[in-house]
Design a protein around this ligand. Sequence first.
Ligand code: AMP
Length: 402
Amino acid sequence: MKVLVLNCGSSSIKYQFIDTVEKTALAKGLVERIGMSSAVLSHSRYDGDTIKIVGEILDHQIAVEYVLGVMLSKNHGVIDNKNDIEAVGHRVVHGGETFTGSVLITDEVIQVLQDNIELAPLHNPPNLKGIQAVKRILPDTPQVGVFDTAFHTKMPPKAFLYGIPYELYKKYKIRKYGFHGTSHLYVSNKAAEMLGKKIEDLKIVTAHLGNGCSMAAIDKGISVDTTMGFTPLEGLLMGTRSGDLDPSLILYIMGKEGLSLNEAGTLLNKHSGLIGISGESSDMREIQKAMSEGHKRSTYAFDIFSYRIKKYLGAYAAAMGGLDTFIFTGGIGENSAEVREEVCKNLEFLGIELDLEKNRNKDLIISTDNSKVKVLRIPTNEELVIAMDTSHIVEEIQVKAN
Ligand code: AMP
């Protein structure tokens, strides 16, 4: 099946057109600066052909029309007809407690997503805009929602409940949800495949380290704990997000600096993490460069970043009662040998022995042959998971209908 995968953000749409039989992307691209006068669409085809279009793209519907236009274009396109897009799969950030797996998007599903907006005010509205745009432009094409939260919905209450009055969970659905589920699911299954093991026989810790960062404890293929929480702010240090902190300190800062709720949210989400500590950059490449030039605050940022990952790794090994596999993924996890080395340092007692040469060489298996715990570096592919889930759901419905 040929599936268009859409990841709609507030001012951008990332897309891939995927052949789920060959498991390859026929085309991929990005629309940026939606709503601004000089929006840009960058499109590339499987054969290396690329094109950039600059124009006025005022909303998500126009952006999707542009994407279809370039996919249909004689010179740069990959389809002859709109109907060649057999289904559309959407990355949806928050499925709440309702969606424990991917679903065909119906009017009822759209209603639930609208009801969940309060849980993900930044992410679910653009996801919904993308869904509505496709509904108008391709009314007969089935759409599927694949949720970042779904993989974590089997966590036990001891992992997902916070130590606050239980009524608040019942009243406002305040609990740990976890995010990046599609990535944690993909790399854990890929690791089992690479190691020739059944996922049911493995205790895995995954570290998705990108601009946003999260880890998951995956026991027998089930996410039993994860670092992000009610929102993607909890857990690891990130590019601009603080991760874990003492909740009282934000009340203290709000009092001292006279911050509003919104300003406090911005402080924790946009001005903290790597950028907050280093004062240099939210980008790990820049942090490492500044560090090598002796910039002290960048060294603090790098150290805190790596130390938190190490702490959660130990915590999750204890939570699962063992550890077989540790996986790095995401822009930093896949590319920073320095972060991987720092995280894995002195963990021989846990059965982790990094092969420094393999790590530097960007091998996929980066532990020594004798290491009890296998350490892997796996490029994530969330779009492929979305496309595969979409095709399974749509094919199942087609079989039932016949
Ligand atoms: P992502 O959100 O997965 O695209 O990851 C973005 C992060 O990956 C940014 O912090 C980048 O600095 C980081 N990154 C990408 N390439 C490298 C690299 N070669 N070394 C260190 N960090 C990298």
